[in-house]
Design a protein around this ligand. Structure first.
Ligand SMILES: [Zn+2]
Length: 205
């Protein structure tokens, strides 16, 4: 069917199918939906994309996506400016914000160290992180990276760069069995992490 498609539509399908989670069939469906929509979808998308292109920037402090630079979080007087949460990508900030459990600052790495994929420490936003921790007088660096080997490698590398900072507490998200989970059916990696990072009950009781 591709041969009879105008090349413009084919380009759209090709672009959409590079999005993670969208296969070529879905890309085709979305493309035809947009093009045949009676709702002037093409113009609406042009407007929203040009607005994004003109006004969305990356915060030069924390690396978050924002319409201001510095972003709203970096500028907010209501945030705890002594704690900095390190995440891999902008969507992680949104996910953590939704919990309402955290009120400190963030730092987006835009990736994790991955020797297999050729991503080294200088390819992600690490030097700015070290600079901010020192400049802002951060008291706690809180890692919220995925509990996989890339996340662990990245965390270990950053921690090694923080050794000379005095009175800095380094924390990570608690890892282990999900709520409603079952010890018997947990994989060994998750279970061993859960045991290693067991939490103290008497402080909370
Ligand atoms: Zn920011």
């Amino acid at each position: 069917m591709k041969e009879i498609l105008p090349k413009q539509i084919e380009s759209l399908i090709n672009i959409l199918s590079t999005i993670p989670g969208i296969g070529s069939k879905t890309a085709e469906r979305i493309s035809f939906y947009i093009i045949t929509s009676k709702d002037n979808m093409v113009q609406k998308l042009i407007d929203v994309f040009s607005d994004i292109k003109e006004n969305i920037k990356i915060c030069s402090e924390c690396g978050m996506i924002s319409d201001t630079d510095p972003c709203h979080i970096c500028l907010s007087p209501d945030r705890n400016r002594e704690i900095l949460c390190v995440v891999e990508k902008p969507t992680d900030v949104i996910t953590i914000e939704k919990t309402g459990e955290y009120n400190g600052l963030y730092h987006v790495l835009w990736g994790v160290i991955s020797p297999l994929e050729g991503v080294g420490p200088s390819d992600i936003n690490i030097s700015k992180l070290i600079e901010r921790i020192k400049k802002l007088g951060i008291k706690e660096v809180f890692f919220a990276l995925d509990p996989d080997s890339e996340g662990e490698t990245t965390m270990a590398f950053i921690v090694s760069k923080l050794r000379d900072i005095e009175d800095l507490s380094i924390t990570t998200i608690a890892r282990g069995i999900p709520l409603g989970g079952n010890i018997e059916y947990s994989d060994m990696y998750t279970l061993s992490r859960a045991i290693r990072f067991r939490t103290k009950l008497n402080d909370n009781l």
